[in-house]
Design a protein around this ligand. Structure first.
Ligand SMILES: [Zn+2]
Length: 355
């Protein structure tokens, strides 16, 4: 039998054990709270920044990457331009040029706010060299919208919109007013490729340019056949129906800007050519124009869809077409610019049988 003393000692030991267990449980709970607290504070402790600060840092880094990417592309373009300089000079030497009535200066404007075509430096270089070597015009190239606010803007003979993308390439307000005034003054407006993929919110621009981009069923690697709508027209009489070129071709939105009642269509796609059927063709009238001219205000407008690919800018056929169109717009090449409809060419050809 246990003595009273022994029982007391046993009770004491049991209660001490219970106390220890209690302390251990409390400590365990405390440690798990501490762990939770630590987990909660890991994010600010690691970064020492709020999530918004990190997001803004990420934005800055992406912008820096964008600027570096652009510099890399520009450096690559310079190398390619130098490598292809002989081809460009050969092409320019083959061009037929009309003697300008006076010294001409054109603004080549290539600001982008949407997609940026990598061919822009090729275009600026080719137009500059073409103008210089043929004596047809002098080029001033800019991507600064302030150029439209300068008093000297009105002295240009023409503006070439070279692959301009986005809705505010020429900003709303004074710049657009000056541009519209410029066109009322009997000047030249030339659009190359993406010049129809900007200013969706500016109806006077769309009216002047004559069309709005509505997808490109024929991508940059597509070799298309051209149909010469006007074989005797001085802007395209060097091109034969069936001539082929590898370039990206747009279709234009069905609207009141793109209509043969206003435009003189010069080139369109030759749907009888090889591999011409493309996904995304949606015009009900099958009117897939490639270049045109029109009068707008007192000015002359030339637009060409060609000009997505770098190679287009040393292709003799394309350069002759650009030069003719530019000289027409500048007033140095007289050309019939009545609308297609008014000269009996009011609709596109029917689709080839079985197309
Ligand atoms: Zn393009």
């Amino acid at each position: 039998m246990q003595s009273g003393h022994t029982r007391k000692r046993l009770n004491h030991t049991a209660s001490a054990k219970l106390k220890t267990i209690h302390i251990l449980q409390t400590m365990k709970q405390f440690l798990s709270y501490l762990l939770i607290l630590c987990t909660l504070s890991v994010h600010p402790l690691i970064a020492n920044q709020s999530i918004n600060q990190i997001r803004s840092e990420l934005r800055d880094l992406r912008q820096q990457r964008g600027a570096i990417d652009r510099k890399i592309h520009e450096a690559q373009a310079k190398i390619r331009i130098i490598e292809k300089e002989d081809d460009l000079i050969d092409a320019i030497n083959s061009l037929k040029v009309h003697t300008p009535h006076k010294k001409r200066t054109v603004l080549v404007y290539s600001r982008t706010q949407g997609f940026r075509h990598q061919s822009i430096p090729f275009g600026v270089h080719a137009l500059t060299e073409m103008g210089k070597r043929t004596g047809a015009f002098n080029v001033v190239a800019s991507e600064d919208p302030a150029v439209f606010n300068s008093p000297s803007f009105m002295n240009y003979d023409g503006v070439i919109m070279l692959n301009t993308t986005g809705n505010d390439v020429i900003p709303q307000g004074r710049a657009r007013e000056n541009f519209e005034r410029f066109l009322m003054n009997g000047k030249g407006l030339i659009g190359i490729h993406a010049a129809t993929d900007c200013h969706r919110n500016w109806s006077n621009y769309l009216e002047a340019m004559g069309g709005l981009f509505d997808g490109h069923p024929w991508g940059a690697n597509h070799t298309v056949s051209l149909y010469n709508e006007e074989p005797n027209h001085p802007i395209c009489n060097h091109i034969q129906t069936g001539d082929r070129i590898r370039d990206e071709i747009y279709q234009y939105r069905e609207d009141s800007y793109f209509t043969r009642d206003k435009l003189r269509i010069l080139l369109s796609l030759d749907l009888n050519g090889k591999n011409m059927k493309a996904k995304g063709m949606k015009r009900k009238d099958h009117d897939y124009a490639v270049s045109w001219i029109r009068k707008y205000g007192n000015s002359r407008v030339f637009y060409s869809n060609l000009g997505h690919n770098n190679e287009t800018y040393h292709n003799p056929m394309a350069l002759q077409h650009f030069l003719n169109g530019i000289q027409y717009a500048l007033g140095d090449l007289s050309a019939d610019d009545r609308s297609s409809a008014s000269v009996g060419n009011g609709s596109a050809r029917a689709l080839p049988a079985g197309f």
